[in-house]
Design a protein around this ligand. Structure first.
Ligand code: TYM
Length: 362
């Protein structure tokens, strides 16, 4: 059976190549990848989840370009192929086979109840608002009902199985992700437990989120509500030029300002403080919190501070992205090395899983 000689804990995470990375991806995920790598305590695996991106049927050329973008952004942000295994998901075909195997233990109902699936299915079906009360039923009825000619693809439904396989096939202990991925991680743990209990084994460990002792991050958008997301159009990208960043931040939604001392903050203002906490220093947070509480705050100053802090954080990364992206030979080498290492570990796990499930040679 697969006995690890390596005593280092395994870290694994991935990002879908659906466009360029924004501040949410960076603060929620990538910056932690880099920190964990540089701590030297872990054996790290970071990948580009191109198979997951297929769930939204992207244009093939665009998909290919986006894989390149993410790879360049990983490297520009500080991931180092000498210290981490950096790879593309589809370069590890073992993942696809184990996805088939694990699906045999995954319930359609539990997949249909995941928040990310419901959101995406609603979009695909053109359902605008969740029904009051019976939140799950609108999607289920539409999907099963014969009255619609709109399709929700099966890959979207089994997205969490594929994600669980990414994690379990590398036998990861820690999975640094933002708050929005917690439900997927919870499902991964459930699938691992179910597999272990069905086959009376303790083969899989249950992976945990990791954010250096703090709660998982949710970076809000600049439009006053919700999270920063590619599809929401409320993002600051790592590749944004300084003046674009300043413009976007200065346009962020606020309110008319506090009129009473210690007044509770409206959501858009809270969001700006959340961003300041992530990009600024504690003394700046304290300064603006006090100014808010004694009603002397000027949102323009707060936004200027946030914009400058973001610019300082992203500029060195942006400058490296372009150089790296143009170096095809280097990108090729990084991925070749990464694929080899990722496949070595994955094929060991797959062989064990086949054996545990009774798929053995005569
Ligand atoms: P994806 O591509 O949607 O997002 C990549 C990472 O960015 C984080 N993130 C955020 N964090 C904080 N605030 C935000 N506004 C924000 N927006 C995005 C996400 O939490 C995530 O960590 N299913 C994954 C990809 C994946 C994966 C895996 C991750 C596939 N297999 C195995 C870990 C392990 C996803 O869609 O991420």
């Amino acid at each position: 059976m697969n006995m690890d000689n390596n005593s280092k804990k395994i870290v694994l995470s991935g990002i879908r190549p659906t466009g360029q990375l924004h501040l949410g991806n960076y603060l929620g995920a990538l910056s932690n990848f880099v920190k964990m790598q540089n701590e030297g305590k872990y054996d790290s695996y970071y990948f580009i989840a191109d198979l997951h991106a297929l769930t939204t049927n992207p244009d093939p050329k665009e998909l290919h370009t986006n894989v390149r973008h993410i790879l360049a952004e990983y490297l520009a942000a500080g991931l180092d192929p000498e210290k981490s295994t950096i790879f593309v998901q589809s370069d590890v075909p073992e993942v696809s086979e184990m996805y088939l195997l694990l699906n045999m233990h995954v319930g359609i109902g539990e997949l249909m109840r995941t928040a990310a699936f419901k959101d995406k299915a609603r979009k695909a079906l053109g359902i605008t608002a969740p029904n009051q009360g019976d939140d799950d039923e609108d999607v289920a009825k539409e999907i099963i009902g014969a009255s619609t000619n709109k399709r929700v693809n099966a890959g979207l439904l089994t997205y969490p199985t594929l994600m669980a396989v990414d994690i379990l096939i590398q036998r990861a202990d820690f999975v640094p992700v933002g708050k929005d991925q917690e439900q997927h991680l919870e499902l991964t743990r459930r699938f691992a437990r179910r597999f272990n209990s069905f086959y009376k084994t303790e083969y899989f460990t249950e992976p945990q989120n990791f954010n250096f002792g703090s709660a998982p991050v949710k970076v809000p958008g600049l439009d006053g509500s919700g999270k920063m997301g590619k599809s929401e159009g409320n993002c600051i990208y790592l590749v944004d030029e300084e003046k674009v960043i300043r413009k976007k931040v200065m346009r962020a939604v606020t309110d008319g300002g506090p009129t009473e001392p210690n007044q509770p903050m409206a959501e858009p203002v809270q969001n700006l403080f959340t961003i300041l906490k992530l990009v600024g220093t504690p003394d700046k947070v304290e300064y603006f919190t006090e100014a808010y509480n004694n009603c002397s705050i000027r949102y323009g100053d707060l936004k200027k501070e946030i914009a400058e802090d973001i610019v300082a954080m992203t500029t060195p990364i942006r400058e490296r992205i372009l150089d790296i992206e143009n170096d095809s030979a280097y990108l090729h080498r990084v991925l070749e090395m990464g694929a080899e290492r990722a496949r070595a570990r994955a094929s060991k796990t797959l062989a064990d899983v086949r054996e545990i499930m009774g798929i053995t040679k005569f």
